[in-house]
Design a protein around this ligand. Structure first.
Ligand code: NAP
Length: 318
C-alpha cells in the first residue's frame, strides 16, 4: 500500500511527470485520463469512437488518431475498454501495426476480466516485447483520483515499481501490488464483487421482508448498516480460523445459525417473500451440519464453498 498525494503544485520545480497513454474513453477511461491530467502527466488519449471526451482535450489531453499512435506516445499505456473481447481487438490492432511497438513499454489493463484472461494478455504482450500489469478498479469513476479509490495490480514487481508514481494519480491512498501472478488482481476483483453482491442481496431480502410488513427500506437502512459493520468486525477472526483449518465456536455454533435460517425461510414464506436466498444458506449450513460441523463456528462453512459438488460425511475436528 502506498500514499503519495503530492500534486504537481507541491512537486519540486524540476519534477517531470511521466507521459501516459489512455486507450478507451468510456465512463471509467475518461476518469482515469482526467486524474492523470490533474496530476500533470502529459496524457495522450484514444477512443474507438472519436470526439467522445471533448473535456479531456480542454484539460490538455492529446488526442491520438489510432491506438498505435497512442501507444507510441508513452512508456505507460493504460487500457480501459468494455471487456476482454475489446482488449483482444485492441491487441490485434497493436500487433498489426508491426513488431516492436510494445518493446520497452508497460501495458496496464484496467478492463475487468478473469484471471485466465489476464494471464493470456500477459503472454501476448510479452511475446510482443512489452510488460503487462493487470489491474482491478474497486471504485466508481467519480472516486478516481480521490482517497476513496482502490486500484489493485498484479504482474512483474519491477514493472509496477517503475510506474507506481504515475499510477498513484488514480488511487492516491490505495495503489497496491498483489504479486507477480498476473491473475491475482482479477481474482481479488471477483472475490470483492461476490462479497458486495452477498451484502446487497442480504439487505434487499431484508428490505423485502420488512416491506411486506409495512416497514420502509429507509427505516431498515440504519440497522442494516450497523449490522454490516458488526459482521465486518468478525472477518479477521474467521479468517484466522480458515487459515488454521480449525473452527472453535467462540460465538455461536452452526447448529444455532441453522435454526435461525429456518426462521428466516419461514418468515419469508409467511409474508409471500422469495425463500431462494434463505434456502441457499440453509442448504449450505445443513450440509455442513450433516458433515459433522454442527458444533463448529460459522467459518466452517468455507468447506462447503471449496467444493463444487456437495458432499457429506466429514469428521468433526473443530
Ligand atoms: P463504458 O462507459 O461502456 O465504455 C466502454 C469503452 O470501451 C468505450 O470507450 C468503448 O468505445 C470501448 N470499446 C468497446 N468495445 C471496443 C472495441 N472493440 N475496441 C476498442 N474500444 C472498445 O464502460 P466503462 O464504465 O468505462 O468501463 C470500462 C471498464 O472498466 C469495464 O471493464 C468495467 O468493468 C471497468 N470498471 C468500470 C467501473 C465503473 O463504475 N464504470 C468500475 C470498475 C471497473 P466506444 O466509445 O467507441 O464505444
Amino acid at each position: 500500500m502506498t500514499d503519495d498525494r503530492n500534486g504537481p503544485r507541491n512537486a519540486p520545480a524540476n519534477d517531470t511527470r511521466a507521459p501516459v497513454a489512455v486507450l478507451g474513453l468510456g465512463l471509467m477511461g475518461r476518469a482515469l485520463a482526467g486524474a492523470f491530467l490533474r496530476e500533470g502527466h502529459p496524457t495522450t488519449v484514444w477512443n474507438r469512437t472519436p470526439g467522445r471526451a471533448p473535456e479531456l482535450a480542454d484539460a490538455g489531453a492529446r488526442p491520438a488518431a489510432s491506438p498505435e499512435e497512442a501507444v507510441a506516445a508513452a512508456a505507460l499505456v493504460v487500457v480501459c475498454v468494455s471487456d476482454h473481447t475489446a482488449v483482444r481487438d485492441l491487441l490485434d490492432r497493436i500487433d498489426a501495426a508491426g513488431p516492436g511497438l510494445l518493446t520497452g513499454r508497460v501495458l496496464v489493463n484496467l478492463t475487468s476480466g478473469t484471471a485466465a484472461r489476464a494471464r493470456e494478455n500477459a503472454a501476448r504482450v510479452a511475446a510482443a516485447g512489452g510488460g503487462y500489469l493487470d489491474g482491478a478498479i474497486l471504485a466508481v469513476p467519480p472516486a478516481i483520483g480521490t482517497p476513496e479509490a482502490v486500484v489493485l495490480y498484479s504482474g512483474a514487481h519491477a514493472d509496477f515499481e517503475h510506474h507506481a508514481p504515475a499510477l498513484r494519480a488514480l488511487a492516491p491512498d490505495v495503489t497496491a501490488h498483489l504479486g507477480e501472478d498476473h491473475g491475482l488482481a482479477a481474482l481479488h476483483d471477483s472475490a470483492v464483487l461476490g462479497l458486495m453482491w452477498s451484502v446487497l442481496n442480504g439487505f434487499l431480502h431484508g428490505a423485502a421482508l420488512l416491506g411486506a410488513a409495512g416497514v420502509d427500506a429507509s427505516a431498515f437502512a440504519p440497522l442494516a448498516a450497523r449490522s454490516t459493520e458488526t459482521v465486518a468486525g468478525w472477518l479477521a477472526g474467521y479468517a484466522a480460523q480458515i487459515d488454521a483449518g480449525a473452527y472453535p465456536a467462540d460465538d455461536a455454533t452452526l447448529e444455532t445459525h441453522l435454526a435461525a435460517m429456518d426462521h428466516l425461510a419461514e418468515e419469508s414464506a409467511a409474508l409471500g417473500v422469495s425463500t431462494e436466498l434463505p434456502d441457499l444458506v440453509r442448504t449450505l449450513a445443513g450440509r455442513a451440519v450433516a458433515a459433522g460441523r454442527g458444533g463448529a463456528s460459522y467459518a466452517a462453512l468455507v468447506e462447503q464453498f471449496r467444493r463444487s459438488a456437495p458432499s457429506t460425511g466429514e469428521g468433526v475436528g473443530e
